[in-house]
Design a protein around this ligand. Sequence first.
Ligand SMILES: [Mg+2]
Length: 199
Amino acid sequence: MRFYVDYDDCLCETARAFSGLAKRLFGITVPYDKMYFFNLQDSFKLTDEEYSLLMKEGHRPEELSAYEETPGAGRVLNEWIDKGHEICVITGRPFSTYEVSRSWLDEHGLKRVDLFCLNKYGRESFYKKNDFSLEPDDYYRMRFDYAIEDSPLAFRFFDHLPDLKVMIYDRPWNRGCEVPGDNYFRCTDWDDISERIPI
Ligand SMILES: [Mg+2]
């Protein structure tokens, strides 16, 4: 089997880190449980300038390398790899973060997963198009059996794979979203994901 695994808020606690960063930068207190919008500008009620600064600061290597692992992520992925399955981490981070993102995976016992940067969210205001290594055409040639993703904005990248089973990693910003089909399953944590994928 081949797995698509999202990076931020599936493998690591990115939103919690951004919550801390918003407090440090702007004195804004929005706890993780109150982050109802995937777009952090909406969750934190930031101006365009503040949002731009938050994204720039949040993608500094020092910040990215300090993210906490989501409990159980490394253990479950390694169990699947041990059974012969293939893991592709497909992140919406820009390619400029590839090296630090790769290092984080290596340091968290995930040397055996592949990492690709895909422009999932069209953040052209922060990054140039060619900052992303995986172009949509390349991505659409890839095939997956299972996907783990937290962002409703990324679900459109699964439309071409009708047999794909998508595990929605439960987060405050996806609780209100419409589940696109009966091949989507809401999962509370990595133990839940592991139990729902009997391989
Ligand atoms: Mg994510």
